[in-house]
Design a protein around this ligand. Structure first.
Ligand SMILES: CC(=O)N[C@H]1[C@@H](OP(=O)(O)O)O[C@H](CO)[C@@H](O)[C@@H]1O
Ligand SMILES: [Mg+2]
Length: 555
């Protein structure tokens, strides 16, 4: 039939390798770039359907974040700038895995299930990171978006508009999707608009910092040789030297994420290559798509100190809590973490700060969701991915107070600080650039050094390891991934091992982005954390079908 000829003609430009099965995981599809062309084309199609369904603009971001340069990936962004809803993750997987000849049926299936009106207009925003494969892969997405559904499906008329942003950070695309769908209420849907909003708020905030020295204003940034570096350069003039950045790993020579970037620094617990660090100087690293950030410094003994997502969440929530007190506002603030949060951070937040702490499964969508339940929800993964959410009620109360002519100066000042804090934050998703500006503003306002920030609490020594098993799905977890319910005997083995160490905690879970089981352990000393992590790795290897060599001790 003519209709099927059309299908095969158009989609055969982006053929699916027969038998290849990929899953829409924690952060979309992610694998070696050479397996992704058909996925990109099909995600272009799916984004168009999602747009018709929601009658809103949908984002498609081509990136593999902190993965090696050879990999790539894609994720969809829903109307408010949030991750795409779970049911559509399922459709994404179905569409991705339909063999070439079944693609039409798979599409029709989604259209029927979701009762999509195909005559509805579609709008899709597409962005990409700096990977060499991103150019052709984002073109494949556009081919999918622009495909004429009329001839493709012999359905109704099809209007589809797209805007190709080209090189953007992941959070910038989330931001612009939200701006577009709120008719500019969240900001202007352009990169310039993004810089303007964030930098203006940053400058307003730092006006509250008295006697800010050049040292305080200086920050070294490791751009992971990725998109974040380009965008920091682009933004710099908007900062009017209120923040003075030395940019390293800007992509001019090094390889993306190679021995640098937020993931490297967090997991290896050491500084990236390609950066000059003087003792005591504040540094930060972005990841490959600039949605994560971690801070660090080395002390005069050459000792490395990491300030990860947990320390960031603590700094931000302390700042916000103080402002709420000064403003006399009764708003409920909570911090959302995952099982990877350092035990010391959880204790500090609950026992000293007296804030509500929630623990969710790994993956930003889970944290984001939990944070939405509070007036102010601060969420961060330990690896530095996070942001702050303000409820509508919270924003309104803050605005009212800031504009109340009868209010006393102290309360008003606090409310204005809160207002600018809201504006410097990208509430759609964790954003390295926005988080950096917020952290820098807080440190400046409080006249705080990175050492003082680090000293708020001391991390428990910890270790993360990976174990290869033949099928990681044999591990099932509960209690926000803190306990394993299968395979039989694994949790009991972990419990026994944990009891042999002081102040210890350990858990295992299958990764959602790599074909490995992740092991986490923390304990009173580094030796203890390392040996516990190794012992638990062995238990995983033995009880959950380990492949290759048995895990070796770290020392
Ligand atoms: C321990 C860890 O850092 N896990 C990361 C990693 O997920 P895994 O499911 O652990 O592979 O990638 C996710 C996406 O970037 C991120 O959200 C998450 O925090
Ligand atoms: Mg990332």
């Amino acid at each position: 039939m003519a209709q099927f000829e059309e299908v095969s003609k158009q989609s055969s430009q982006h053929p699916k390798p027969a038998g290849l099965v990929l899953q829409y995981g924690t952060a979309g599809f992610r694998t070696n770039a050479k397996h992704l062309d058909h996925i990109m084309f099909r995600m272009g199609l799916l984004a168009t359907l999602r747009s018709k369904k929601t009658k809103a603009t949908i984002g498609v971001m081509v990136t593999a974040s902190h993965n090696p340069e050879e990999d790539n990936g894609v994720k969809l962004i829903d109307p408010m700038g949030e991750m795409v809803t779970p049911a559509w993750e399922g459709y994404a997987t179905q569409l991705a895995n339909a063999e070439q000849g079944d693609l039409l049926t798979a599409l029709k299936d989604i259209i029927e299930k979701e009762s999509i009106n195909m005559s509805q207009e579609a709008n899709v925003f597409v962005g990409k990171d700096t990977r060499s494969s991103s150019a052709s892969l984002s073109q494949a997405v556009l081919d999918g978006v622009l495909l004429n559904f009329d001839s493709f499906l012999n359905f109704f008329l099809h209007f589809s508009h797209h805007f190709y942003y080209g090189l953007v950070t992941t959070p910038q695309l989330h931001y612009m999707v939200c701006c577009q769908n709120t008719q500019g209420k969240y900001g202007e849907a352009t990169i310039e608009g993004y810089y303007r909003k964030l930098c203006q708020a940053f400058i307003q905030l730092t006006k509250n910092a008295s006697n800010c020295t050049d040292d305080q204003k200086h920050l070294s940034v490791d751009g992971a040789n990725g998109i974040g570096a380009l965008k920091v350069r682009e933004m710099e003039s908007h900062l009017r030297r209120e923040l003075q950045i030395s940019l390293f790993n800007d992509g001019s020579k090094g390889k993306l994420n190679h021995q640098c970037g937020a993931d490297f620094v967090k997991v290896q617990q050491k500084p990236p290559t390609g950066i000059n660090i003087n003792p005591g100087e504040r540094c930060c690293s972005f990841d490959g798509d600039a949605d994560r950030i971690v801070y660090y410094y080395t002390d005069s003994d050459g000792q490395f100190h990491l300030l990860d997502g947990d320390k960031i969440a603590t700094l931000i929530s302390t700042f916000l809590k103080e402002l709420l007190t000064q403003a006399g506002l009764d708003l409920k603030i909570a911090v959302v973490q995952t099982a990877y949060a350092n035990g010391s951070s959880t204790h500090y937040l609950e026992d000293t700060m007296k804030v509500i702490v929630r623990c969710t499964k790994t993956g930003v969508k889970h944290l984001h969701h939990a944070a939405q339940e509070f007036d102010i929800g601060v969420y961060f993964e330990a690896n530095g991915h996070g942001t702050v959410l303000f409820s509508k009620v919270a924003e309104e109360k803050i605005q009212q107070l800031a504009e109340d002519p009868n209010m006393n100066d102290e309360r008003k000042r606090a409310a204005r600080l809160l207002q600018n804090t809201i504006n410097v934050i990208n509430q759609t998703v964790g954003d390295a650039i926005s988080d950096m500006l917020l952290i820098e503003a807080i440190l400046a306002i409080r006249g705080m050094t990175v050492q003082q920030w680090d000293a708020i609490y001391s991390d428990l020594p910890n270790r993360q390891l990976k174990v290869k098993v033949s099928d990681r799905r044999v591990i099932d977890t509960t209690d926000a991934e803190r306990r394993a319910v299968s395979p039989a005997g694994l949790q009991e083995a972990i419990d026994t091992l944990v009891k042999k160490h002081r102040l210890a905690r350990s858990f295992v879970r299958p990764s959602g982005t790599e074909d490995v089981v992740r092991v986490y352990a923390e304990a009173e000393t580094q030796e203890s954390a390392d040996s516990l992590a190794h012992e638990v790795s062995l238990a995983v290897y033995r009880l959950a079908g380990g492949v290759g060599d048995e895990p070796k001790p770290l020392h």
